[in-house]
Design a protein around this ligand. Structure first.
Ligand code: ZN
Length: 190
C-alpha cells in the first residue's frame, strides 16, 4: 500500500477550503481512502483529512483510540474506523470542554483547544450511504479537529491562549516537574 506524504503548514494547500466529493464510488476515490487509512495508521494518528495529503476534497478518515478496561487493557475491536465524506455538523452542544490536541501536519507539538463536548454529524460513508453520528468526548473532539481541516483551519488557530502551545518535550518536562512537586508536597505532609 502506497503511503501518502502528509503536508505541513509550509504548504499553502493545507489552508485551502476543500471541495465536496461528487462521485463516492469512483475507483480513484476508493484508492485514496485506502491510502489515507494506511497513512493514518502508519503515522499512529487518530484522524487524517484529505487536505493533509494535498487532496482538496471533503473527506476524512478517523480511527478512534481503543477503549480500555478497568485493568488498563485494551478492549479488542473497540477501535472504530470511519470514512466520512462531505460531513456537516448539524448540532453542537453549548458545553465546551478543554483538551490537548496534536496534528499529523504539525509533528512534535501539542496545544490546548476548547471543543464542543458533543456534536451531531451527517455525512456519507465510503459506499455513499448516509451516515448520522452522535458523538461526545474525545470522539467529538477528533471529528471537530478533522472537519476543521476541510476549511483550512488548524487547531493552532483555536488555542485557548497563544502560550498554550508546547513541544512534546516541553510538555513532558512540565509534567515531570508537576509530579516532582506533588511528591515533595506529599513528603512534607508525611
Ligand atoms: Zn490535524
Amino acid at each position: 500500500m502506497t503511503l501518502l506524504e502528509i503536508i505541513t503548514p509550509a504548504n499553502p494547500a493545507l489552508r485551502h477550503k476543500a471541495n465536496p466529493v461528487e462521485r463516492v464510488k469512483e475507483p480513484q476515490l476508493q484508492q485514496l481512502i485506502d491510502q489515507m487509512i494506511a497513512t493514518m495508521r502508519h503515522a499512529h494518528g487518530v484522524g487524517l483529512a484529505a487536505p493533509q495529503v494535498a487532496q482538496p476534497l471533503r473527506l476524512v478518515v478517523i480511527e478512534t483510540p481503543a477503549e480500555v478496561d478497568d485493568d488498563g487493557e485494551e478492549i479488542p475491536d473497540s477501535r472504530k474506523l470511519y470514512t466520512v465524506i462531505n460531513p456537516q455538523i448539524t448540532w453542537a452542544s453549548r458545553k465546551m470542554v478543554l483538551g490537548i490536541e496534536g496534528c499529523l501536519s504539525i509533528p512534535g507539538y501539542l496545544g490546548e483547544v476548547a471543543r464542543h463536548q458533543a456534536i451531531k454529524v451527517e455525512a456519507l460513508d465510503r459506499m455513499g450511504r448516509k451516515l448520522s453520528l452522535s458523538l461526545k468526548g474525545w470522539d467529538a473532539r477528533i471529528f471537530q479537529h478533522e472537519i476543521d481541516h476541510l476549511d483550512g483551519i488548524l487547531y493552532t488557530d483555536r488555542l485557548t491562549a497563544p502560550e498554550n502551545f508546547w513541544s512534546e518535550e516541553e510538555l513532558r518536562k512540565q509534567e515531570e516537574e508537576e509530579e516532582k512537586r506533588e511528591q515533595e508536597s506529599k513528603g512534607e505532609r508525611e
